[in-house]
Design a protein around this ligand. Structure first.
Ligand SMILES: C[S@@+](CC[C@H](N)C(=O)[O-])C[C@H]1O[C@@H](n2cnc3c(N)ncnc32)[C@H](O)[C@@H]1O
Length: 377
C-alpha cells in the first residue's frame, strides 16, 4: 500500500499524523488500520452502489448509455455486499471520534441495506437527506419512474452521540433565514467541473458535484476538522475539504483515480480564514455568568440597574445578585419578580447608564465573550 501526499497549506491539526491530507492506496478496510482510534471528525462515504446492471443499456436511438459497469461496483450477491458494507462501516466507526458523524450516499439499489447495517452496528441516524437532481438521466425504457434523486444517510457514531457538529445557524442564515430542509436541489456533475481524460472521456463514472460536498461539510464540520472519505474516487471530498479549510484523508484502490484526484486537489486554493468563519447562534456562545461582569469591573457593586423605561430599579451586589424591594436574587429572578412575571431574561431586561443613556447589560456580556476568544481569532 502506498501513500500519495498532497501539499495542503492548512495548519496541521495533528502534525504527527502522516496520513493527514493524503490519499492512501488500497482496500479501505485494510487501509483504515493505519489510522488511530477516534482520529477523524466526519466521514463522507460514497461506496459502490452494487447497481446490478443486467447487460448494456441503450437510448431510443440505440446509442449505448455510459452506465456504471465498473468491476468495483460488482458483487455476486446481496450477502457479499452486506458483508463488505459491515466490514468498512466497522472500520470507519473505530476511527471516528465519539462525537463524530458519518454521511453515506447511495441509491435505491443499496441505501436501504447500508441503513440497516448502520443501525445494526450502533450508529444513530440523524437524517436522511435527499439529493434531488435538477438534471437526472431519463428512464430510457419507460418502465419505471425517472430516477431523479440519491439519498444520504447522516448518522452519529452512537445513539448518545452528543456534541456532534451541526452548524444550524449558518445553514438557516444561508437559506434566507428559513430552517434548512432535508431535501437538497443540485445538478449532477457536468460541464467544466467534470474531470475528463485526453480523449474527452469521463475520468470517473460517478464524480459527485462539489456543491453537494460543500453543503455536507459546511453543515457538519468546522474549519480544521479531519474528513475521511474511504471511497475517494476522483477526490471530490478532498478538493472541497481543502477549499473549505478542512483536512482530509482519502482511500482509493485504483491508481488512475488517485492520479486524477492528486492533480485536482493540488490545483485547489483554500479560502481565507475570514471567509471560512462559521456563523454560530447564541446557543454556541460561551456561557457567561452575571457575576463575571461584576468581577471584571464592568459593573461596580452598588450600581443601580433599571428596565428600559426606568419603571423598576435594582442594586448590583458584589456576589453577582441584584437587590430590590427587600428581596435579592439572580438578574433573571429579580427581573421577573419586579414585573410580577414567572420568567424574565435578565440580560435584556436590566439596563445600566452609559453616556447619559441606558444600555442592556447584555452588551457587557458580549464584551466578556470577546475577551474569551482565542488569541488571534
Ligand atoms: C462511487 S465511487 C466514489 C466517487 C467519488 N465520490 C467522487 O466524487 O469521485 C466509489 C469509489 O470507491 C472505490 N472503491 C471501491 N471499492 C473500494 C474498496 N474496497 N476500497 C477502496 N476503494 C474502493 C472505487 O474505485 C471508486 O472510485
Amino acid at each position: 500500500m502506498s501513500v500519495v501526499r498532497i501539499v495542503n497549506e492548512l495548519p496541521q491539526a495533528a502534525p504527527q499524523s502522516p496520513w493527514l491530507d493524503t490519499i492512501l492506496k488500497g482496500d479501505c478496510v485494510a487501509a483504515l488500520e493505519r489510522l488511530p482510534d477516534h482520529s477523524v471528525d466526519v466521514i463522507f462515504a460514497d461506496p459502490p452502489y452494487n447497481l446490478q446492471l443486467d447487460g448494456d443499456l441503450h437510448r431510443p436511438d440505440q446509442s449505448k448509455v455510459d452506465a456504471v459497469d465498473d468491476h468495483w461496483d460488482q458483487f455476486d450477491s446481496f450477502q457479499t455486499y452486506d458483508a463488505f458494507t459491515r466490514a468498512w462501516l466497522l472500520a470507519c466507526r473505530r476511527v471516528l471520534k465519539p462525537n463524530g458523524t458519518i454521511w453515506v450516499i447511495g441509491s435505491y439499489h443499496n441505501i436501504f441495506r447500508v441503513g440497516t447495517s448502520l443501525q445494526d452496528l450502533g450508529f444513530w441516524v440523524l437524517n436522511d437527506v435527499i439529493w434531488r437532481k435538477t438534471n437526472p438521466m431519463p428512464n430510457f425504457r419507460g418502465r419505471r419512474f425517472q430516477n431523479a434523486h440519491e439519498t444520504m444517510i447522516w448518522a452519529s457514531r452512537d445513539q448518545k452521540g452528543k456534541g456532534y457538529t451541526f452548524n444550524y445557524e449558518a445553514m438557516k442564515a444561508a437559506n434566507d433565514d428559513i430552517q434548512m430542509r432535508s431535501d437538497w436541489l443540485f445538478p449532477i456533475c457536468t460541464g467544466g467541473e467534470r474531470l475528463k481524460d485526453e480523449n474527452g472521456d469521463k475520468v470517473h463514472p460517478t464524480q459527485k458535484p462539489e456543491a453537494l460536498l460543500a453543503r455536507v461539510l459546511m453543515a457538519s464540520t468546522k474549519p480544521g476538522d479531519v474528513v475521511l472519505d474511504p471511497f475517494f474516487g476522483s477526490g471530490t471530498t478532498g478538493a472541497v475539504a481543502k477549499r473549505l479549510g478542512r483536512h482530509f484523508v482519502g482511500i482509493e484502490r485504483e491508481q488512475a483515480y488517485i492520479d486524477a484526484a492528486t492533480a485536482r486537489i493540488a490545483a485547489v486554493e483554500p479560502l481565507g480564514k475570514a471567509e471560512l468563519t462559521v456563523m454560530t447562534g447564541k446557543r454556541a456562545e460561551p456561557r457567561v455568568a452575571f457575576v463575571s461582569v461584576v468581577e471584571s469591573g464592568l459593573l461596580r457593586p452598588g450600581t443601580v440597574l433599571s428596565d428600559a423605561r426606568r419603571r423598576h430599579a435594582a442594586i448590583v451586589r458584589a456576589d453577582g445578585t441584584l437587590a430590590a424591594n427587600g428581596d435579592a436574587g439572580s438578574i433573571h429572578r429579580m427581573g421577573a419578580k419586579v414585573q410580577g412575571l414567572d420568567a424574565c431574561n435578565g440580560w435584556t431586561f436590566w439596563h445600566y447608564e452609559e453616556e447619559g443613556g441606558l444600555k442592556p447589560i447584555d452588551d457587557l456580556r458580549s464584551k466578556i465573550r470577546l475577551q474569551m476568544l482565542p488569541v488571534g481569532a
